[in-house]
Design a binder for this molecule. Sequence first.
Ligand code: ADP
Length: 578
Amino acid sequence: MKSLLVRFFLFSLVIAACSIAVTAWLASQATTGAIRQEQGDALRTDAEIYDKLLGIAATHRTWVEAKSDVDGLAREHGRRLALTDRGGKTLIDTGTAGSPPLPITPKVSIDALNVDSVLKPGATSKIDPRAVGPFRLTDEEYAKMRTVADRLLNCSRGNFSIVESPNRRLRVSTLRLGETSQWPDCPSGDELYAVTYTESLAYTDLHTLFEGCMARLPGRYYVKPLTGPIPLDWEVTTVQYSDPPVVECMESARREQLRPFVAEYAHLYITEPTGGQPQAIDLSTTGTNRIILVALGILAIAGFASWATATQLVRPIRALTAATKRTAEGDRTARVDGGAGEIGELAKSFNAMSEKLAETERQRQAMVSDVAHELRTPLGNITGWLEATQDGLAEPDPHLVGMLLEESLLLQRLVDDLHDLAQADAGTLRLHPEPIALDDVVDQVVNAQQNREVLLRAETTPVHLTADPVRLRQALGNLVANAVRYTPPGGEVVVKLFQWQDRAILEVSDTGTGIAPEDVPHVFDRFWRADKSRSRRTGGSGLGLAITRHLVEAHGGTVSVTSTLGEGSTFRISLPPA
Ligand code: ADP
């Protein structure tokens, strides 16, 4: 778990998984309710169509007769309804000529004598009550009953209403037999409860069929011959408390009697008007599986995206790590392209650091080679003369000793200068400041550097400040020594001291060789000389001006130069007030 890449990847994967899971859960919760409702609606529509078709089947002898009713039903529900017989032959199809073929399996079968108890729960009998067949009253009987019922209704002042049975028999809603006596002025309602001629015929037929069925049962049952008046709902009273075989017999007798009066058994297909299945929403496991699959797919995409992002994010960090390693191993050329943003900034800082390191390295190498170069000449001279003396080629006379001494003094000066610079670099150059009169320092330097070939003079005004007199003498001494050194005989060197604004200014002007404009920026560099061979001969180490600058800066001052080639130079030290 140390890798940033892996950590970032796992982290974003967990976030993605959580959010996908929560979103999927919320979405499924929100839609399940809506789906249930919609499914309920669809089921209700189907049940309604089924019930109405049953009614049509119960009241028509054939489906062809019922064609216009079925068309109306299809229009009412916006569905295509098709009915076929058992063999698949189309009986009715409300679809147009261009409608696609019907689905393979029918929705349900329609049989008025065998009702589907799932689609019509709570039905007492499997035979649809609307199938009345021979029990249907004639118009004459119906008219008679209507008259009686209307008369009853008129005198009852709205205490009950009239209900019409499927076979057109009229009944009083609440009235039981004999209750009409409560209203003395009213006619007796008994007439409503008498079996009509049509019904008695039908009942007799039914009884015969029932008897036939019962006779076929193993002989445990005795059927009373039908004598006297037949009560209403005879078939119900016969089978109400009977054994299942008896109920079966009554049902089969009724079916047999009604069969010619109802439309034939048919398969029902309900589709969209265009032909497809009505849209049903799938809540089954395939639905859940699909949700899971989609969620997994999204997770995979999220995983891929975060892996890609993580890789992109980590790439510059890896490049930085590699570059840092190379730098640690000594390679100063390592650079990183970090692009934009924070890591880009880091890469830029690294590149800057790397360049600085390379520069320091170059300076160090140049310094070492310069030091070696500077030491080689005086050491070579000393060694050469000493070997010549040893071999007897030169006499150790005072002249030779003087020469050797001069070379060793040169070495001494070089080593002292290097020591001063090293101290300045390390920040250990110690100053011992004290209140001094700067004009005294100038006088001391000018007196020490007096020379027969060059006119050296001082122009001073009294200036007092706090500084290290030894170090200031060294700094000014270097400038005066250079001025004298690079001024030909007969020339002039003037050292001026004055106050300008609140600063003390020391100016060393000469009428010497001057410095070429392109060389001016380099005069304060270590080991830099305009003319290498000449300067060494004249005793310069190439470190004087570098040391002067360090000493002046240690006092908080600045040193600068203006020069014209062939006319002379002016070096200026500016020191802050005490
Ligand atoms: P050096 O010991 O060689 O004098 P410095 O650091 O003192 O070293 O001077 C660096 C170089 O600057 C000298 O070699 C010389 O070329 C140039 N320089 C310094 N002072 C003067 C001057 N007053 N006139 C002309 N050139 C000068």
